[in-house]
Design a protein around this ligand. Structure first.
Ligand code: ATP
Length: 867
């Protein structure tokens, strides 16, 4: 049987769709039903029961299970049951949190899922790639992700990067010609394959296979499953947690020995040592980070910053340089033509008339050498090109008619290296090459200039005049495109090559306005205030870039503008010195971007960089935080980025940095909460042991605190409402460990205060016997830790301020914890199970008063000292 690559395009169309026209809506729906969604089967989507069981895989939970079994064997069935209940409740909490975190990460993935341009009816529409089905005709251009396998129908200079499939990283040139013989996959040049990227050119293809039937689908199950990568913060916390666990286990072993020497049964001693280990080891550190990061990303997505890699959230907090594109990111990307320049005169947009032959010629040229479409109110394409079409709309010209009258015979697409594009048309029986692009680039390739009465060899004065006019436009912040053409005598209609783009007749220029976004100026100010350097990197003209940069505050007296070419011959060291002084780079090519990012990184900075084009991918990967544009960005750029801006707006980056800093700060607060509380527990036990007192806690007490009343406030602290004040500080130093010496000292001191409070309570209870003392110590430690949550909300004192109660999650966690402990302390049903003794009213009151005093002391005295 013939394969699709061995058929002509129309044979393939005939075979798949039974005709040569694209499918109707109805047929598409039928095919979607028949073939299912265009997705690779998601590997390892875990069922709920697996997630639940995984909660038991934790080393500490296994020890606890062992402890429960030991208790049971020793005849202490109640303890055994309590331990099992506590572990189960803990596992349920863990399962719910894991599922919620996964859900928010999944919805995030959906938001940055690739899209494809397909024919629906007679129009091209953008749809999510997973809706593409067999029989669809998909349009491709540079930067697109190929959404399915298929046979190319037509193409112009189309190149695809198929490394995911073949390992070959160079672009493969595509063709529409049929291949007669049998060839291997890599040589099927008239086919495109799902998972590859279009690196150059334009084309369309007929979908022949989707989802698991595609070539990549066939090997998907063979591809090694890549585990979810941990973020640097999680890795550092895991390392710290492991170290701490070893220390704690050693400590518990010593305590176990002491208990035995004191004459306790080994079963009891083992149970206690185990419970203390569980209470002290901060096993939840890394999972709290995951949960808080996952929830943080949900908030960020609502504000148009879609995180693709979780690392980016914490990385954003230490960004110190933000390199941003101009067009569309700092400006509105709503371009409007404001002026034509031709035959040595300027014509404002409202005076342009199609009755004037030269003006009409420039307009027709701008419509033909143009890939955008504008039909039924739907604009598809580059805003620069759409602006050119919109002018026609105003003047009552039908773009489609013009394009039908002078069809495109061949083309050489725009790319940001050449900074121009060319198309070939038959006009009045002759073949003409139409080109548009950057003024400086086209002017270099010009030999004639069109003036009234014909075209004349270009003189030095003509060049000067064009440059002067370009400069005048640029100084107003306008974006200028030049238009030039040349007749081809040979009537040759084949492909165009880049070496033909010379000896042009210069036709004229079109100036467009792209005003800065309203919020750009404020965002730039906020960026500078937060200790970050904004840098504009644009492909546009130096003077236009400078004018816009001045308007939004990026260009200051002490900083300069330079052109990309200026850095070409600099050594790495020279460039590192140079970048400090430059805040605007113009006429930059993608390679320059990489060098600029690298130079800043070598100076120890964390760099965020925006990008949209197909060639921006390497720079986005090089940057610490690669940011792709959601609206105008290519799929290639999105794929390489760690964050996507769904509104393409610079101000969103600054908001994302604020989120990143806040999330990091909240994680820090949650960690502080967990570690100080655990430390207080250890201190109390250690003190009792050194002072020769009876053991202050029963094992179930520690389990109750650690597994039931502790994890909710910790997560709640991670979800603390964000503070604006984080943007008044400089970025966090790159590579700084989350557990700084200052933080560890704070944790130690806070733990000491909570420990002293617990011991004081223990002594008060001792008057009524060791059982009452233990109950009081348990109640006091539990409530002190619950209240301590409020202390951890901020570095500033929050008591008696509005901020004290502004976290509904923390308030809820506090009330649940307080309700639980109060019930345990007062309800007779729990006496045996949780080993508590009824307390007198004075003792009971002290269990609440002492923790309150502790909070007062921490808030008023400790925060003051720390400040
Ligand atoms: P930024 O990098 O800030 O997004 P940019 O859009 O100007 O700026 P490029 O897209 O690399 O950057 O464009 C570089 C230059 O190429 C522009 O200044 C313009 O002169 C020219 N140009 C842009 N778009 C087109 C196009 N569609 N056709 C021909 N020339 C273009």
């Amino acid at each position: 049987m013939k394969e699709f690559y061995q058929m002509t395009a129309s044979e393939a169309m005939q075979k798949v769709n039974g005709g040569v026209d694209p499918l109707s809506e109805q047929q598409i729906r039928e095919n979607q039903k028949r073939y299912g969604e265009n997705r690779l089967t998601e590997e390892g989507k875990k069922p709920v029961w697996r997630i639940f069981l995984e909660q038991y895989q934790d080393f500490l939970v296994l020890i606890l299970i062992a402890a429960a079994v030991v208790s049971g064997l020793l005849g202490e069935m109640e303890s055994a049951v309590v331990i099992f209940v506590v572990i189960t409740v803990n596992a349920i909490l863990g399962t719910v949190q894991t599922i919620k975190a996964e859900q928010s990460l999944d919805s995030l993935k959906e938001m940055s899922a690739p899209r494809a341009k397909v024919f629906r009816g007679k129009e091209v529409v953008k749809i999510p790639a997973h809706q593409v089905t067999v029989g669809d005709v998909v349009m491709l251009e540079a930067g697109d992700l190929v959404p399915a396998d298929g046979r190319i129908l037509e193409c112009a200079s189309l190149k695809a990067e198929e490394s995911a499939l073949t390992g070959e990283s160079l672009g493969v040139e595509k063709t529409e010609e049929k291949i007669e013989t049998e060839v291997p996959l890599a040589d099927r040049r008239n086919m495109v394959f799902s998972g590859s990227f279009i690196s150059y050119g334009r084309g369309s293809f007929l979908v022949t296979a989707i989802g698991m039937d595609t070539e990549i689908g066939k090997i998907a199950s063979m591809l090694a499953h890549t585990a979810e990568k941990k973020t640097p913060l999680q890795i550092s916390l895991d390392r710290f947690g492991r170290m701490l666990s070893v220390l704690i286990l050693l400590f518990c072993a010593v305590l176990f020995g002491i208990s035995l020497v004191r004459g306790e049964s080994w079963g009891e001693a083992f149970l206690f040592a185990t419970a203390l280990a569980v209470a002290a080891i901060p096993e939840a550190l890394s999972s709290i980070v995951t949960i808080v990061l996952a929830f943080g990303t949900r908030k960020m997505a609502k504000e148009h910053a879609i995180i693709r890699k979780l690392q980016a959230v914490e990385g954003l907090g230490s960004v110190s340089v933000i390199c941003s594109d101009k067009t569309g990111t700092l400006t509105q990307n709503k371009m409007t033509v404001v002026s034509y320049y031709l035959e040595g005169r300027q014509v404002p947009a409202d005076e342009i008339t199609m009755e004037n032959a030269a003006e009409k010629q420039l307009f027709v040229h701008s419509v033909l050498c143009n890939d955008a479409t504008h039909e039924n109110g739907q604009e598809i394409g580059d805003p620069t090109e759409i602006a050119l079409l919109n002018l026609g709309e105003q003047k009552g010209e039908k773009v489609r008619n013009l394009r039908d009258s002078y069809p495109r015979l061949a083309e050489l697409p725009f790319d940001s290296e050449r900074k121009m594009m060319s198309t070939l048309h038959a006009i009045k029986g002759k073949t003409v090459l139409l080109t548009k692009g950057a003024v400086d680039v086209l002017l270099e390739r010009t030999t004639f200039v069109q003036k009234e009465g014909g075209s004349f060899p270009v003189t030095e004065e003509d060049r000067e005049e064009i440059k002067r006019q370009n400069q005048q436009y640029s100084q107003q912040g306008l974006r200028v495109l030049a238009f030039a053409y040349k007749w081809k005598d040979d009537k040759e209609q084949g492909a165009i090559t880049a070496d033909e783009e010379h000896s042009f007749v210069f036709l004229g220029m079109i100036a467009m306005m792209d005003p800065p976004r309203k919020e750009s100026r404020q965002a730039v100010e906020a960026c500078i205030r937060a200790g970050m350097k904004p840098v504009m990197i644009t492909g546009d003209h130096k003077i236009t870039a400078a004018a816009i940069a001045k308007q939004i505050g990026i260009l200051k007296e002490e900083t300069e503008v330079c052109e990309g070419a200026a850095i070409e011959n600099m050594s790495e060291e020279e460039l590192q010195e140079f970048v400090e002084h430059i805040s605007v780079y113009a006429r930059v090519s993608p390679e320059h971007k990489i060098r600029i990012v690298r130079a800043w990184q070598q100076k120890g900075h964390i760099v965020a960089m925006t990008g949209d084009g197909v060639n921006d991918a390497p720079a986005l990967k090089q940057a610490d935080i690669g940011i792709a544009m959601g609206i105008t960005g290519t799929e290639t750029a999105k794929h390489a980025a760690s964050m996507v801006l769904s509104d393409d707006n610079f101000a969103t980056i600054i908001k994302a940095v604020e989120h990143g800093r806040n999330v990091y700060q909240n994680i820090k607060h949650a960690i502080r909460f967990l570690l100080s509380g655990n430390f207080a527990g250890i201190l109390t036990v250690l003190y009792a042991s050194v002072a020769g007192l009876s053991v202050p806690f029963a094992p179930v007490h520690l389990l109750f605190i650690n597994l039931l009343t502790d994890s909710l406030p910790a997560i709640a602290l991670g979800l603390e409402p964000h503070e604006n004040s984080v943007m008044q500080k400089p970025p966090r130093p790159a590579g700084e460990d989350i557990l700084t010496r200052k933080m560890l000292l704070g944790i130690g001191l806070d733990g000491l205060c909570i420990g002293i409070t617990t011991i004081a309570s223990y002594y008060i209870g001792l008057g009524k016997g060791p059982a009452a003392a233990s109950t009081m110590a348990f109640g006091t430690l539990c409530i002190s830790r619950l209240l301590y949550g409020f202390h951890c909300k901020s570095e500033q004192a929050v008591l008696f301020t509005k901020k004290f109660l502004n976290n509904k999650y923390l308030n809820g966690a506090f009330l649940i914890g307080l309700g639980l402990i109060t019930t345990v302390l007062t309800h007779p049903a729990f006496r045996n199970v949780l080993q508590v003794t009824p307390l007198g009213s004075f003792e009971l009151a002290m269990v609440y008063i002492l923790p309150a005093c502790n909070l007062l002391f921490l808030e008023l005295v400790m925060k003051w000292i720390r400040r």
